[in-house]
Write a protein that binds this ligand. Structure first.
Ligand code: HEM
Length: 298
């Protein structure tokens, strides 16, 4: 009982801490386009919604895009730049080759350039789109702080352990190719063919050895097109697809947070939204620009 209460206090103080860190970054503002482009939010949500009707994979791809943009170099839309003959872009680097759905951000950008030229940054479009992807699949809604510039600055990440556990809940949506986790399935160690921490039967079926189907893989949780806390319940049952996810439950410093999120969907929703705001606040340089085309610097 005492342990439960201590944990509850700890998790809510982490929540407060994350709130105070994000609000201290005054450069971003929920009403940033209120005067200059009032239709920004609506245009983005409509674009994501329409694209998701044609391709239900879009929400997962957009959510992952935001994480990769912010985590790798700060939220500056560098993930959207195309490679040039002399410079390989971030999107073509090894961690990002499976980040897709750039045509969706292109479409939102094209509409916004028509409605309010040179105003809405590509970095803000990704941040709004990621929130919309979560909300439209049943997850929380939060106010996206805006005013990011598109650029190439390197930012410090100010994310803590709670953010790691809450943001990993992004794996509530989507799919993984076998290549991303097959090291856990075959020749895992000298004594185990498969990772003994993994509930692996379904995954072995999808990813046999040898595996000829390059598109084969497994969903990241049992409700992969719904944003909910089933991902954490899965970790408690050993169903995590990635070793890094499963370790969140197996490690006692984070295992209790996994348990709390598995038990309480609302707690997870609140903490996820707070950590997404923090991720989106990873500082970007004021000297950036508003790109006209998200794939090229001006
Ligand atoms: C903590 C470190 C993380 C690691 C190591 C990681 C790793 C991965 C890997 C390997 C995949 C599968 C890629 C593939 O085979 O196609 C994946 C998919 C995905 N990740 Fe993560 N991820 C991390 C954090 C996050 C975060 C913070 C979010 C969002 C908040 C996120 C959202 C997603 C989504 C939505 C997918 C599915 C994409 C799709 O279905 O197309 N990930 N991740």
């Amino acid at each position: 009982m005492v342990v439960q209460i201590t944990k509850a206090i700890l998790i809510s103080s982490m929540f407060l801490l994350s709130g105070s860190i994000s609000s201290s970054q005054a450069a971003l503002d929920g009403r940033y386009y209120y005067q200059t482009c009032p239709q920004a939010e609506n245009t983005v949500v409509q674009t994501i919604r329409n694209a998701s009707i044609y391709d239900p994979k879009v929400p997962a791809r957009i959510l992952r895009m935001f994480f990769h943009d912010c985590f790798i170099r700060g939220c500056d839309a560098s993930i959207l730049l195309d490679s040039k003959p002399d410079k390989k872009a971030e999107k073509d680097g090894p961690p990002n080759v499976s980040v897709r759905a750039f045509y969706v951000t292109d479409e939102a950008k094209a509409k916004l350039e028509k409605a309010c030229p040179q105003t809405v940054s590509c970095a803000d479009i990704i941040a709004m789109a990621a929130r919309d992807a979560v909300t439209m699949t049943g997850g929380p809604y939060w106010t996206v702080l805006k005013g990011r510039k598109d650029g190439r600055s390197f930012a410090k990440r100010r994310l803590g352990i709670k953010d790691l556990v809450a943001l990993s809940g992004g794996h509530s949506l989507g799919f993984s190719h076998c290549s991303s986790f097959e090291a856990r399935l075959h020749n895992f160690s000298t004594i185990h063919d498969a990772d003994p921490r993994m509930n692996s039967r379904a995954k072995e079926k999808k990813c046999p050895k040898p595996n000829k189907a390059r598109t084969a893989g497994h969903f990241l949780d049992s409700t992969a097109s719904r944003f909910d806390n089933a991902y954490y319940k899965g970790l408690m049952a050993g169903r995590g697809v990635f070793g890094t996810d499963q370790a969140l439950y197996d490690d006692p410093t984070t295992g209790w947070m996994v348990e709390s999120f598995a038990k309480d969907q609302n707690l997870f929703s609140r903490e996820f939204a707070a950590s997404m705001i923090k991720l989106g606040n990873v500082r970007v340089s004021d000297s950036g620009e508003v790109r006209l085309n998200c794939r090229k610097v001006n």
